[in-house]
Structures are given as C-alpha cells and as structure tokens.
Design a protein around this ligand. Sequence first.
Ligand SMILES: C[S@@+](CC[C@H](N)C(=O)[O-])C[C@H]1O[C@@H](n2cnc3c(N)ncnc32)[C@H](O)[C@@H]1O
Length: 268
Amino acid sequence: MNVILHKDQTIKDFGEQWLRYTNSHGFYGSIELFSDMIYPFLEPGDIKNCKVAEIGSGTGRIVNMLLEGGAKHIIAVEPSNAFEVLCRNIGQPEKVTYLKIAGEQLPAYGDLDYIFSIGVLHHIQDPAPVVDAAFRALRPGGHFFVWLYGKEGNGVYLALIRPLRVLTKHLPHYMLASLVEIMYWPSVLYIKFCHWLPLPLRGYMLSILEKMSPEKRRLIIYDQLNPSYAKYYTQFEAKKLLSDGKFVNIRIHHRHGYSWTVIGTKPS
Ligand SMILES: C[S@@+](CC[C@H](N)C(=O)[O-])C[C@H]1O[C@@H](n2cnc3c(N)ncnc32)[C@H](O)[C@@H]1O
C-alpha cells in the first residue's frame, strides 16, 4: 500500500515539476553532458542506428541526446503529466514512439539494443519490476544503462538534505521555488570555493553544476527537494539491482565521486 502511494505521489510530483520547467536549453540538454553521463562505458556513437528505449523521459532531454547520437528509433516512456511536454519537445518525432506508461509496463519488444534509465530508478520504491521489464524488452546481447544517486561520496550532502527533504517534499511550488532562490546564492559561492578547496562534491560542482545556466542550477536544486521518494544507492545495492534482474557482465562507475553509472547485458 505504502509503495503504491509513494509511486503515485512521485509521478504526480514530477508531472507538476516538468509542467513548470519545460526546456532543456544549454549544457543541461547537451550531447557533451550525455557523453559525460555514459562515460566510461559508452560513447554517443555507440547508439548510432540502434533501437533504444528510455525509461522515465521527463521533458525529453535524454531522448533528444539519443537522437543526436544517431539512434534509429527510440521508445520514450513517461508516466507523468510531463508526457505532453515530452511530446512537444522532441526534435525528430517520426523516430520516436511515446508511451505514457510506468516503466514496469514497457512492452516485451525483445529486440531493443539499449535501454537507458537516467535519474529514475532511485525515485521508484520497488524498481525490480522495471528492471525485469527492461530485461524482457532488450534483445539477447542488448544493454541496460542506469544512472543512480550514490550514497558513497555524499555523506555531508545527505546529512543536510535528508532533514530538509522531510519538509520540502510537502511544500507547494511557490514556497519550494522561494526556498530554492534562497539556496541558489550560497550554492554559487560554494562552487567558487571549490576552485580553491577540496570540498565535498568538488568534482560534480566543477565538472557539471558550474557549466549549467542559473536557470538550470535552480531546477537541479528544486529536483533534489521536490520528489516524494529518493534513494541514495550504495555500490553494492546499485550492482545488485541489475544482477537480481538476471543481467550479466555488470560494470559500475562512481561518476564524479557522487553517483553510480551501471551497465549490464542481457545474456545471448
Ligand atoms: C529526475 S526525472 C529524469 C528525467 C530524464 N531521464 C532526465 O534525465 O532528464 C525522473 C522521471 O522518472 C519518471 N518516473 C517516475 N516513476 C516512474 C516509473 N515508475 N516508471 C517510469 N518513469 C517514472 C518521472 O515522472 C520523471 O519524469
């Protein structure tokens, strides 16, 4: 019961978020960021002419990155009200099939080369059915690529954000947006200090957050505080997610020392 409530509320939270933050301009939606996300396991060229799905597409920035990488066809899955924004935002709609369903309802195509799920599974309380659906939709030898919040490397951040989230996940938009505005300015200062001091999350601050526009930095803060459910994975848990789903040759990378990229292959 609790799992269902969380699931519905998280999808509702994202629907509201993405109806307010609709574009993916700048570095936030760039192929440069996509290359950084999929490093060191993949390069954008690896998806050229491939049949691909993305689970949890939000407003479509990853779908557009996959199109720029040359994917032949993309299945874009988004269960929330962001679906209408997603459909509007895509550059080559003839190459995309849009599905307003939850990840676990992904049809068992059995012929997909890659499935991506970036920033999604850590917002699902029971992600195993989504991993199982991805397994069924891939062709034998196809790959499932996942990006997750990490626990390791986030100790100080989590000590601050967890107590804050108890309150912020219940706030209405205008109050949360005001709080984000207050937090934005210290974050600008923090990034500056990261140039001189070995502060927590320094790698992420300098390689990613500093390259974002002020608008997107605010969105990223909002995105941390808004969703009802967010889990920070240990390395063990992140690998287990895919190994429990029968994936093999699982590889994991501690991206910028604060998050996990995991890739697994469906056995041939
Ligand atoms: C943080 S956003 C990431 C969006 C996109 N992947 C990106 O990186 O821009 C997480 C998305 O996952 C979607 N989501 C939440 N629960 C889901 C589920 N059970 N199945 C599929 N998508 C889900 C949300 O609606 C939201 O759009």
